[in-house]
Design a protein around this ligand. Sequence first.
Ligand SMILES: [Mn+2]
Length: 222
Amino acid sequence: MRTLFIGDVHGCADELDALLKECGWQPGERVVLVGDLVAKGPDSAGVVQRARELGLQAVRGNHDEHVLRWYQGHQKPGKKLKPEHQQVLDTLTPEDWRYLDLLPLYLRLPELNALAVHGGVVPGVPLKEQRQEHLLNLRSITSDGKPSKRISDGAPWASLWKGPELILFGHDAVRGLQRYKHAYGLDSGCVYGGRLTAYVLPEGRFYSVPAKRAYLYMAGPA
Ligand SMILES: [Mn+2]
């Protein structure tokens, strides 16, 4: 049975449909979305609905986490929700929220020697000791070894990951598709008018489809 790992969908439901078709996906084949299912794009509710109804698996992204916190009433007093997040609050159903709330921070697939996570892992730190903020937001490791969520702050964490597991991750549309020895970054910026990308095991092949349009313009990493 194949497993399809899919980069940041961000509400691009039509492109998700097109990518599943491009991969020749059949019901029963496993799909793992690497987080940020919602926000920014045109149809967050449609993406979560598909994920539920098609039985797709996923890990939690920073935007999924952000809207969940608001939905559950943990918003910071005096802070306003951005329109890209308010739209998610306005459209998801209770069943959609339940699906998002059950998403794990990472997913281990030992039979594939693979791990899915949205942001990344800090190389050298055991998985159980990784901090949530890094699993959701990590992008770089500074020259003095500190984890950072900025792209301008040192080396891509994935370039320093020595395995043995292959990590499939998202969250870094600025760097785009990344291919290191033991880690592949799958966020090829679909919501910004780039592409939606899948990596499929065990065949070891990338598939992608173009965005129908740019739904948003990249204003720097968020
Ligand atoms: Mn993200």
